[in-house]
Design a protein around this ligand. Sequence first.
Ligand code: HEM
Length: 341
Amino acid sequence: MQPSTQWQETVAPDENVRFEAYAEELHQLQLKNAGKGKPSRALHAKGMPGLEATFTVHADLPDAVRIGLFANPGSYRAFVRFSNGSGAHQHDRKPDIRGIAVKILGVTGRKIIPGMEDALTQDFLMIRSAATPVRNAEEFMALVRVASSPLSGLPGLLRQVGLRRLLDLLRRAAKTLKPVASLATTRFYSALPIQFGPYAVHYALRPNSLPEPGDCPGGNPDYLARDLAERLRRTPVSFDFQVQFYVDPVKTPIEDASVEWREEDAPFITLGHLTFAQQDMERPAAQRLSAFIETLSFDPWHALTEFRPLGNMMRARNVAYRVSTQARAAAAEPNGDEFFD
Ligand code: HEM
């Protein structure tokens, strides 16, 4: 197995100015959604109860993938937050992105963000679609504007991309926003690349739980959290952690987030798994843990230098997440001493 090392980023000289403006725009949205209350996350404001999980790195991995956290087999504690994508708290049935943010604890090695080089965390953030409807951060922000105020957002998007692309974007967005029946049976994808040592990969979580007869989006506004709690009361829930390697600039582009890295071109390899133990999510310790997880900052740039995020949208996120987390006074990175039972 010898993955390609020929991937390349294309960085526009003036892009950071635009990324700072996007971060500020998201910050304004965050303040607007908060009203007179305390700001939540600028996006993915509604979290399901946060959970602890175990992240296990498999033994006998091929040499090419034994990088960073995956160099040696082992088990790590992880804090996990499932979420809906909107900046507003709304019914789980509303068309929306679904997210999962995984923070692995006790990860040694140099981290990317200046001032946080010695942090002991590695974050992986995913959504339920393998690609995004948008090509880049500019289109992403246009869609955020449409979602937050359709009346002014739609004409703006039409001016920006033209009618044909607008219809294509809305059709693709509608596909990724469908309600899901259960988070435990949903497949989650990074949808964007990260460096993996000398290589570039997309990563993903593949659920091991099977849909149950009669599963369908529920009527309760918080049915996703209820479904998860109900499943965990009966059984553990686990996902395989997988990566797929960059192949070439057409099949697996680095800068264009709208192109799915298809499994036929770039097969997934399983490196480990994420397991939630069978538990009662209503016990007081679980609720204390969940409240703590809500205060944390999950950020794709909380990462080992070997796992540097790549591409236009990832670079835009490098500005936006820090602004959002500062505005809501998020907690410092955990050092692994946090226990709630
Ligand atoms: C495929 C692309 C993306 C994925 C997979 C993704 C995923 C996520 C997830 C899972 C969260 C919730 C984190 C949590 O639970 O704390 C989140 C939050 C957020 N995302 Fe993204 N996102 C993407 C693109 C973007 C882009 C392009 C921007 C902005 C330019 C952005 C801005 C934000 C912000 C501001 C937050 C809130 C951060 C906080 O306050 O903690 N995201 N994203």
